[in-house]
Design a protein. Sequence first.
Length: 382
Amino acid sequence: MNDTPTPDWDPRSQEVQSDQRVAYDHMRETCPVAFSDYMHWSLFRHGDVMRAVQDHETFSNVVSQRLTVPNGMDPPEHTAWRPIVEKYFTQSRVDAFEPTCREIAVDLIDAQRGKVELMGALAHPFAVRVQCAFLGWPEDLAQALRDWVARNHQATLARDHAAMTRIAGEFQTLIRDTIAARVAAGATPETDVAVALTHETVHGRPLNEDELTSILRNWTVGEIGSIAASVGIIAEYLAANPQVQDRLRADPALAEAAADEILRLHGPLVTNRRVTTCPVEIGGRTLESGARVTVNWVAANRDPRVFDDPDAFRLDRNPEDNLLYGAGIHVCPGAALARMELRVVLEELLARTSSITCDPDRPARKAVYPASGFHEVHVLMR
Ligand code: HEM
């Protein structure tokens, strides 16, 4: 075993947390493979992140003892589980869900005029209501899910393992009680995604409760945190860039590509983890076998080596380069669902207002890691 390297940076410092994007851009340019006590090895450049996510034999996803289906798995286990997850996000399921998603967006947007704080009024409620609707769950679960995600974020930031275990247990209880109540109320696999999952099989046997909970936890963390952050980032970007707003109002067909590009400029998901299975040379550094690695999506997606004029909003970039939904075997299976949800919010935000501007009296407040985007976005909606 080598000695622990001297830290190159502190991801939880005030300087980094006050503006994550600026800090990660700086790291990418000055120390692209950096060690910290908190994250161990961080990869900031697009090329290094691509290498890690595409070489899953060297950069394993089995980063902890905890069962994480399918994100914490490598082949062949990942290969057995991935189709079970994928079939819930087919284009036909996403299309069938679009009208419900639009109703939720319209309901929330129509309720807001004048001075609005959009994270509380739109981003968070949209993310949890859509998640409940997708799972076929009643909306009164939305607050419980939202509280759970907030507590989980707190514990993750603090690396409080006891709290993380307790919070994971609470989620399992919430899922168990919800599914039992749904079945008692007559829910079927056709009406209720969570009930449908209880009928899935893997390796010729039914899923056990830990596996079921893990799948739903992955969807819940993935969906609620990233979708809420994305809605806030998109809304803030529109408010701060009236020319982009005008262009999209004139041509709403650009909405989906615009959302992808706005979220390339400002990534809603900061990191994912890997662990090396052998010694690795990367970015001029030597990582030992078993080294913990984080890929930094925010920095990679703003890398000038790949994105010419990376701060510019451009719709003519190569979509393949955008790492918003990842790459390799763990690429986001919920991408079609997420894209539809964000397109619908963007379309309705523009269609149901004549202008959205930043509130000059109240600047947006940025979110801190592990969240991205904004804590508060104050706008004037007309
Ligand atoms: C804007 C919203 C979203 C973003 C930016 C996002 C991004 C990502 C990224 C970058 C990965 C790859 C992680 C890695 O390589 O370790 C991923 C994986 C995953 N995402 Fe998403 N995601 C979003 C929404 C969703 C939604 C809506 C769902 C499902 C409800 C979802 C479920 C998953 C799952 C299950 C995985 C793990 C896949 C695997 O390991 O094979 N995500 N996501």
